[in-house]
Design a protein around this ligand. Sequence first.
Ligand SMILES: *[C@@H]1O[C@H](CO)[C@@H](O)[C@H](O)[C@H]1NC(C)=O
Ligand SMILES: *[C@@H]1O[C@H](CO)[C@@H](O)[C@H](O)[C@H]1NC(C)=O
Ligand SMILES: *[C@@H]1O[C@H](CO)[C@@H](O)[C@H](O)[C@H]1NC(C)=O
Ligand SMILES: *[C@@H]1O[C@H](CO)[C@@H](O)[C@H](O)[C@H]1NC(C)=O
Ligand SMILES: *[C@@H]1O[C@H](CO)[C@@H](O)[C@H](O)[C@H]1NC(C)=O
Ligand SMILES: *[C@@H]1O[C@H](CO)[C@@H](O)[C@H](O)[C@H]1NC(C)=O
Length: 530
Amino acid sequence: MANLLWCNTAIFLLASLFLADNAIVIEALKHSPNRIKNQPYRTSYHFQPPKNWMNDPNGPMIYNGVYHLFYQWYPNGAVMKVNEIVWGHATSKDLINWTPHSPAIKPSRPSDINGCWSGSVTILPSGKPVILYTGNDVNNRQVQNLAKPKNLSDPYLRHWTKSPVNPLVTPNAVNHINSTAFRDPTTAWLGRNGRWRMITGSQEGRRGLALLYTSRDFVSWKQSAKPLHYNDGSGMWECPDFFPVAKTTSDGVDTSSFGVSVKHVLKVSLSDTSHDYYTIGTILWGWVNESSPEKDNIKKGWAGLQAIPRKVWLDKSGKRLMQWPVKEIERLRTTQVKWENKVLEGGGSLLDVHGVTAAQADVDVLFKVSGLEKADVIEPGWTDPQLICSQKNASSVNSGLGPFGLMVLASKNLEEYTSVYLRIFKASQKSMDHVVVMCSDQSRSSLDKGNDKTTYGAFLDISPNQSISLRTLIDNSIVESFGGKGKTCITSRVYPKMAIGENTHLFAFNNGSQNVDVLSLSAWSMKSSL
Ligand SMILES: *[C@@H]1O[C@H](CO)[C@@H](O)[C@H](O)[C@H]1NC(C)=O
Ligand SMILES: *[C@@H]1O[C@H](CO)[C@@H](O)[C@H](O)[C@H]1NC(C)=O
Ligand SMILES: *[C@@H]1O[C@H](CO)[C@@H](O)[C@H](O)[C@H]1NC(C)=O
Ligand SMILES: *[C@@H]1O[C@H](CO)[C@@H](O)[C@H](O)[C@H]1NC(C)=O
Ligand SMILES: *[C@@H]1O[C@H](CO)[C@@H](O)[C@H](O)[C@H]1NC(C)=O
Ligand SMILES: *[C@@H]1O[C@H](CO)[C@@H](O)[C@H](O)[C@H]1NC(C)=O
């Protein structure tokens, strides 16, 4: 998932999602005095801390009807110092409006004095939550630590007590674990034998590892003889996660579920490339970094945001993970613009979607293509969708089926725009099969040359003779797109100079030679969250 670090999957039980009404009143901390406002790239409905650097989401949970999000936070500036990272903390009743709290865990002990790094929350059978986290210790070794809530009656669980027996697990000469490559404990789950299990990421040479640990009491952990999984050549595995997902429904399941009705998903982040490989659960967050130079982040006073939380489930084939923004986000929708059965004519058409706040919008489109036989044949070497999308002419007028899609965060005369689009190719001259490529192109997103302008691309595993859906969430400097009802997601960060606030436009376009039907297009203006 380009430009997106899936660090630490958040797992909630959907069943408990709507318990929020038993009236816990969130205090009026919302208008924190140091909060940054009125900046063009500050997002309006994505989660960001009041200011400064943020990376991985950690240990998201729902406890007594309140959602908690912890996150890796450097409280003293927009450029992180790893040795001073704390667990930032915020709570919400609806996953959309968030109240910041003081950090849950800060470096204070020999076992974490050089940083409180990523980890997880596990809800014990008693209903009590506990945190497992990596401490960077006094010798700069990575060790695993435990913390518990100080006062379970505090609705926000603002204070956490570190276990006196920390560190629970250390790298040493006996276990041969690399002390600078041993981090990010997962949510633990109960095995069939009644013992807790959890994994941590590690590395041995170029081999990436998910080390498995078991425990009876959550305090004393024993390393299993074999890792849960490994891969040669991938380098360090960070932020692993391992959890079950229902095989036949899209409902969430308990993290300790096992048996024929679930499949398990292992997800890791590759430290080398910052790219992630697979995940599941019911709600999931991903850290989105800036694509602007460090000096711009210092000027803004913040860096990093969280993607809109996503519901995650298995598609019918059982092979692909589907991702979709949580329903709660739809509560921010206001004015709606709706089109039905409009034709985007071939040869270069551009339609202005009037009437929405284009800098802050949710757009959901259903396209229908015909003339599949007119699609260009995919070139034999084109196996990397990112390279296809990155070609200079990928979105210009051409002979085939597509490119068609949206131009978002666009200035009126298209000096700036970010295009999110589809192109359809024939798999080969003879075959009736087609290949659908989805692209998010930020190469012309800003007149400012200093930003990262990588174009992202992915294959969309759908049959193009049916309708093709594309949903895009636009929030000032972020564009989150979902193709094929959630089969493929691409996130881009962009920093336009002209397409800001009311000077922002939204267009639908077709640069292919064949007509494309817009079966429906809904675009909603989005309110800001708190
Ligand atoms: C943001 O993360 C992506 C990897 O997902 C990386 O390619 C890019 O360089 C990062 N941007 C900055 C400014 O660090
Ligand atoms: C625990 O939290 C509750 C609710 O906020 C509060 O009434 C109580 O005084 C707290 N207990 C302690 C020991 O701080
Ligand atoms: C230990 O991990 C570091 C990365 O943190 C890596 O550079 C080093 O090569 C690793 N050492 C061994 C022996 O694998
Ligand atoms: C871009 O143009 C080159 C040269 O004409 C052509 O080979 C290539 O297929 C084109 N790429 C796309 C994505 O249309
Ligand atoms: C569509 O093609 C025209 C002409 O080549 C080009 O100016 C425009 O940028 C293209 N649209 C997109 C989204 O790339
Ligand atoms: C769509 O295409 C697939 C193969 O590409 C074919 O199996 C299916 O019958 C087609 N469906 C329709 C409605 O044409």
